[in-house]
Write a protein that binds this ligand. Structure first.
Ligand code: NAD
Length: 434
């Protein structure tokens, strides 16, 4: 979503496999079939021992499967807490909670005493983020992780049947504009179809609160700035279109159901947890779709040779594109406020941005100052499909949800995120890369 792409070396190191919660799911040797003395057994004894072994294997398999589907660490006491509503405790289902924004949201929800169930298929998220959260909130009944794909309606329904969910924050999605141009069906399936599956499960299990992650990409390239919630939505790429279709599904269903909905349309999200517990760690294979801060950090770290800024002849102050950069902590704050203020049978729609645009050149300068690296920048022609200027009018959310963006200094926000990066050169998979 910007005019910036990082140039990549052709031989990126392979991304290490995520650490798994269930480390050892091999059967103990004692359960293995075979062995030289079996030929001498009596047939009846053989039959009984086979039966016993089969029963034992089935039991072991059930335990292993159960552990891997809950992410392990879930005891009976946990299950009881997750499966019952409790006065004063909101149980929030966070889809995509292993991802960048979802993990930060889960952290904030947990810090505020909510119960959290994260559902993620780990296609793009990080098990390391879940482990970090589990380390911070190990008490029974606080956090559980369920490894599941939202496109699997049977599994999704089972999750709702087993858990007493009070509210859903739906972050899970594929979320790169350029990827959506190359793979449109993937985007409609992952974003629109999966939102439908989720809504059907919510309907079946009478879950009545939804906070939905939408995007300024649903507006396309409006003629007038800043963008208000009434600006016509004319998305120009499959990502924006799929998100708008998901919004429409939600709005149509909400007209017929006792649902409290908040749709938040984010602008460009940057930054990371000010206490350094979480960060943004996209998979290396996604670097070619380059979100601006990741691309700047990769260039500053020498992972890529430099930055390619696409387009210097836009009708803007310095000729580069202008975007509205919102800090992830402010964004998460908007979610918490939205969840509290969501009203029955109403759909609230809010832009979440700072209201101020910064040019790509300004962003790069802030990144250079934050990292202390004189990043090599190459200025190239425009990239097709990019729009010149996008920034929000956040007055509605300020007035109605009493929300304001507080992390508005680009350099400061990037400095915190850079610190996390330098300590996690390989994302969540290792500590400092040295
Ligand atoms: N990052 C931004 O600048 C930005 C801007 C506007 C809107 N958004 C929206 O915010 C949400 C979160 O974005 P992010 O930047 O954290 O992305 P992310 O890729 O870091 O996180 C998305 C998570 O969803 C999971 N996921 C994807 N498909 C899934 C499926 N079928 N089943 C289960 N889990 C699945 C991924 O594994 C990942 O953990 C998305 O809905 C995105 O469209 C992001």
């Amino acid at each position: 979503m910007g005019s910036l792409a990082a140039s990549l070396p052709s031989s990126l190191p392979p991304f290490p496999r995520p650490r798994r919660i269930v480390e050892n799911n091999r059967f103990p040797r004692a359960f293995a079939f075979g062995g030289s003395d079996r030929s001498s057994m009596q047939p009846r004894f053989q039959f009984v021992s086979k039966l016993l072994l089969a029963a034992l294997l089935t039991a072991v398999c059930m335990v292993v499967l159960r552990q891997s589907s809950t992410g392990g660490g879930s005891s009976k006491a946990d299950d009881t807490k997750f499966s019952r509503h409790e006065d004063g405790v909101t149980h929030v289902l966070v889809t995509g909670g292993a991802g960048y924004i979802g993990s930060h949201a889960a952290l904030r929800l947990l810090e505020e005493g909510n119960r959290v169930t994260i559902v993620d298929n780990l296609s793009r998220g990080n098990i390391g983020a879940i482990e970090e959260l589990q380390g911070l909130f190990p008490e029974p009944g606080r956090l559980q992780f369920i490894h599941a794909d939202l496109g699997d309606s049977k599994h999704v329904n089972k999750i709702f049947a087993k858990n007493a969910i009070d509210a859903v924050m739906h972050f899970a999605a594929v979320a790169y504009v350029s990827e959506s141009m190359a793979e449109p069906l993937r985007y409609y399936h992952n974003i629109t179809f999966n939102t439908l599956t989720l809504l059907e499960a919510m309907k079946a299990h009478k879950v009545r609160k939804l906070i939905y992650s939408s995007t300024c990409a649903t507006y396309g390239e409006p003629k007038e700035m800043p963008i208000t919630e009434d600006t016509p939505q004319v998305p120009i790429n499959p990502y924006g279109k799929a998100k708008k279709m998901a919004e429409d599904l939600i709005k149509d269903y909400a007209r017929t159901a006792d649902l409290s909905v908040m749709i938040l349309r984010y602008f460009n999200v940057i930054g990371s947890d000010p206490k350094g517990r979480l960060g943004e760690a996209p998979r290396p294979e996604l670097r070619k779709h380059a979100r601006i801060s990741g691309a700047c950090f990769d260039a500053a770290a020498g992972i890529t040779p430099g930055l390619e800024v696409r387009g210097t002849d836009y009708n803007t102050t310095d000729g580069t594109c202008i975007r509205d950069y919102i800090h992830v902590s402010d964004l998460v704050d908007a979610h918490v406020k939205a969840m509290v203020k969501a009203k029955s049978q109403q759909v609230g729609i809010y832009n979440v941005g700072t209201g101020k645009g910064s040019s790509v050149k300004e962003f790069v300068e802030a990144c250079k100052a934050a990292t202390g690296v004189d990043i090599n920048v190459k200025y190239l022609d425009r990239r097709p499909g990019d729009y010149a200027e996008v920034y929000s009018d956040p007055s509605k959310i300020q007035k109605e949800l009493n929300w304001v963006a507080t992390h508005t200094d680009l350099k400061d926000s990037l400095a915190v995120a850079w610190k996390w990066h330098t300590l996690h050169r390989n994302g969540y998979n290792t500590e400092s890369g040295g």
